[in-house]
Write a protein that binds this ligand. Structure first.
Ligand code: GUN
Length: 294
């Protein structure tokens, strides 16, 4: 039997609708309009699409969206000055600087400049450290989305053998902590891991976040396992146009796995929905309200 396809589009739409309901409630009851500022430096075409999409979804959820587009040759001090202004702006509750940044800008210095209370990407060392210590924290959006998708298949992840492939700050590392919080048994594999196929084959839950097109093969997967594909890779298609593929050889794995996320239409859909969740959470915390129910 082919795997159940985990429909990120439907699950993300449901989450966005719940965020919009909560936004309506905090507006009505507390006069609070959560605001998200997105900063794009340069004109990377994929980043431009992501940023436009974030602004659209933010407004659709009833929140305020502030877009800041800066030229690729922006000096670091100008970007830091903009972040300082957004940190001080009471209408802004979330700040996201789209990555990757153009050459000449130091990503970590820029992330460190964001007020941790407004760090809706969850990348500031304060938030990463709080997450690692099991404390409440703003958490990176893509890993949050992965957990939500996995939990549509398994009500509890407790005791599951989870294998993450990839150790980035944006996905792999925070996933370890989120899965530990769910009481999963976690293995993190990376480019130097030996016997990766064997390690994957033992997993009940595989989360691929390496950025290698179709790397995870059908014979790496335990029959019935759940596979979450974080990869978004553009490769030449048979028709000469680029096509989007994940880090998982989808057609092969479909015949073995119990459940799988497609690319597109899986994890990618969840990232923006979780960004809206984080903006609502940040706004509520800054205003001294109790955490929202989403
Ligand atoms: N570029 C790709 N994904 C992300 C993300 O989640 N946050 C930021 N800031 N940049 C990204």
């Amino acid at each position: 039997m082919p795997a159940k396809i985990i429909d990120g589009k439907v699950i993300a739409a449901d989450l966005r609708a719940r965020v919009a309901d909560e936004v309506g409630r905090v507006k009505r009851d507390h006069g609070l309009t959560p605001g998200l500022a997105v900063v794009l430096v340069g004109n990377d075409p994929a980043s431009e699409v992501y940023v436009r999409n974030k602004a659209k979804q933010t407004e659709a959820a009833g929140m305020a969206s502030f877009e800041h587009k800066l030229p690729a040759d922006t000096p670091q001090k100008d970007l830091l000055a903009l972040i300082a202004k957004l940190n001080a702006d009471p209408a802004v509750h979330g700040i996201l600087v789209q990555l990757p940044l153009p050459k000449g800008l130091d990503t970590q210095t820029v992330i460190n400049a964001i007020d941790p209370a407004k760090d809706v990407d969850g990348l500031h060392p304060i938030n990463a450290g709080r997450l690692a210590n099991g404390l409440p924290a703003l958490t990176p959006c893509t890993p949050l989305g992965c957990i939500i998708l996995a939990k549509t298949v398994h009500a509890s992840l407790q005791g599951m053998n989870a294998v993450i492939i990839g150790r980035s700050n944006l996905v792999g590392r925070p996933l370890v902590q989120l899965l530990l919080n769910e009481n999963a048994t976690v293995t993190i594999a990376h480019s130097r891991t030996r016997d990766l196929a064997d390690i994957c084959k033992r997993a009940d839950l595989v989360l691929a976040a390496v950025g290698q097109p179709e790397m995870v093969k059908g014979n790496w997967i335990k029959p019935g396992a759940t596979v979450i594909d974080v990869g978004i890779n553009r490769i030449p298609g048979a028709d000469g146009k680029n096509k989007l593929v994940g880090d998982v050889a989808y057609q092969e794995v479909l015949g073995v796995a119990g459940a799988i996320t497609p690319v597109p239409g899986g994890v990618g859909q969840m990232t923006v929905a979780c960004l809206l969740v984080n903006t609502l959470r940040a706004a509520s915390a800054i205003k001294g309200l109790k955490p929202p129910s989403v």
